[in-house]
Ligand binder design. Sequence first.
Ligand SMILES: *Cc1c(COP(=O)(O)O)cnc(C)c1O
Length: 366
Amino acid sequence: MSSYKLLTPGPLTTTEKVKREMLIDRCTWDDDYKNVTQVIRKQLLDLAQVDESEYTAVLMQGSGSFIVESVLTTAIGEEDKVLILANGAYGERIVEMAEVLKLQHVVYSVPYDEQPSLLEVQALLEKDPSITHVAVVHCETTTGILNPIKEIGEVVHSFNKTFIVDAMSSFGGVPMDLSGLYIDFCISSANKCIQGVPGFGFVIAKTEVLEKCNGQARSVALDLYNQWEVMKKDGKWRFTSPTHVVAAFAKALEELLEEGGIRARYERYAKNNHLLRSRLSALGFKAYITEELQSPIITTFLFPHKEFSFEHFYHEMKKAGFVIYPGKLTDVDTFRVGNIGDIHEEDMLALCEVIENYMVVKNNEN
Ligand SMILES: *Cc1c(COP(=O)(O)O)cnc(C)c1O
């Protein structure tokens, strides 16, 4: 298999040092390993700019969706009702989970290229006082749109509801102060902006809210409360822990701090995203999301013309050492390019040059 840089939103390109951590087999019962978990939990709170007296971090096995489902089943009781804001596939996945889990829910669907309206959120909460929770995706990876969680959080807080945020593709790459955002459950995973490998996710939860969730989960494996009960004591995971992934994640956290923290990482992502958007725009690639709503995480581009073959383009990019992502929209033909991972300005410049050459060759053929 030839190696390439992943310009996809997870799994993503990781550093050599992160990968190297996985060459050691670790014992889940050993104090050294349990301590790795405890250090990670503490570092996650620091990254979220919250204090141990108010918030707690819980790690959970599985891909990101497992963690979202674990929060939904643990936090939302039978008497509760969740308002779900959906402007992409990940918001819709929350709706699907709510249906399967038989949670009482209300859906506010928004076109994929628009943010939810604050007035509408407010109106929905006013109209239905039985709503107890609000769930939203921060960066909708489907398109790359960034949702206004600060403003939504203010509305949710003013109605005194529990706020669940799927910050899967933004946490660690976009500065967030959880308590200032009124977030009660913030969900992310190892293989996104922290730049680890896939295998587990984490929740940063307001402790007093999580404390009330005992016995509520309709799942054994995904019971976030029980996971927390066991883990908070000394860092022991319930069930098999993804030891190699956890060790790699600990290294990835170290590297995030070395880079200068979330602010510095955000700036690298944003700079690369801006570079990509502007160079591709000059070649006739229009971005699906306007610049003001665009996250620095991933960008959706429309096909430049009807004859454009994504297949051909994809294979030429792969040959040149870059793997891009197909689009996820049904009404327009698109593809996506991610900015997260161990990707630097020289990679972006090289990618843009490859795309420029591709377009020159294609234009000459026509
Ligand atoms: C990646 C991602 C998820 C989780 O997807 P998995 O494939 O289960 O890891 C959930 N929400 C968002 C916004 C994501 O970007």
